[in-house]
Ligand binder design. Sequence first.
Ligand code: ATP
Ligand code: ZN
Length: 283
Amino acid sequence: MLKIAIQKSGRLYEDSIKLLKECGIELNNGNKQLKAAAFNFPIEVYFLRDDDIPQYVYDGVADIGIVGENVLLEKNKNIDIAYRLGFGRCRLSIAVPKAVQYNSIEDLRGLKIATTYSTILQQYLNDKNIEAEIHEISGSVEIAPSIGLADAICDLVSSGSTLFTNGLKEVEVILQSEAVLSVNKNLTTEKRLILDKLLLRINSVKTAKNNKYILLNAPNHQLKNIFSLLPGMKSPTVVPLVEEGWSSIQSVVNENDFWDVIEKLKQFEAEGIIVIPIEKMIV
Ligand code: ATP
Ligand code: ZN
């Protein structure tokens, strides 16, 4: 049995549960309990505060955990990252009041900076050779400058709207973060095997999301051009149409160059292009 810790409630909860579901793992009960066993996969889910997850994984109370990389780095435990999950994206940034003139990191010298991320911030300032006073607080960091508690803050940002409404501007980005699958370093062979199965599933879910299945018709004299755009998983499938000189082509396109490929396909006389989401993709 593999024990996985996820956030009990908060920004990572929904996506963590969704990921397990997409991996075909069904849980017996909701997050009202501390833990829930899956009935079709040897895994048990622990619902915890995100700040506690690195310690639990480090101690082996949980074997693996889904947590923001920002929290993992702040807690600074000796834990591996097995997979970058692509949700919970944010950045850890330094912000100062809008009216303050800011030219470079030198302007932080001697300032009082409020944060809940004192480990990461201290490391960053050390690396940049900047001496500043770090004022560690446990929450509502964004109001610290307006109540006179600090000159600047270091906090998580996603859209920047919280900074904006508090009259702050982002001046340095310390870290780009996303949710990661963290793993205890001393898993037993049995647990490692379950983890490998889980990783195969996560990977197939994520790869599927990054790709689309595409079907189209094209005149045969354009097939070579079209194949050069659609490498597919091995190579594209081609089926002749009843109409002489035409073929139907099936392939897989990466989300990143999707629109680019579609435009070029049209230039190569492709017609009736159909795009279908892929549920799982095992390469
Ligand atoms: P808990 O009650 O579990 O301690 P929390 O309030 O500390 O919850 P959340 O605000 O739910 O934590 O954020 C959890 C994680 O979501 C963060 O550590 C970060 O990795 C990620 N995240 C993504 N965008 C943001 C954002 N704009 N602000 C804060 N966290 C964000
Ligand atoms: Zn927290």
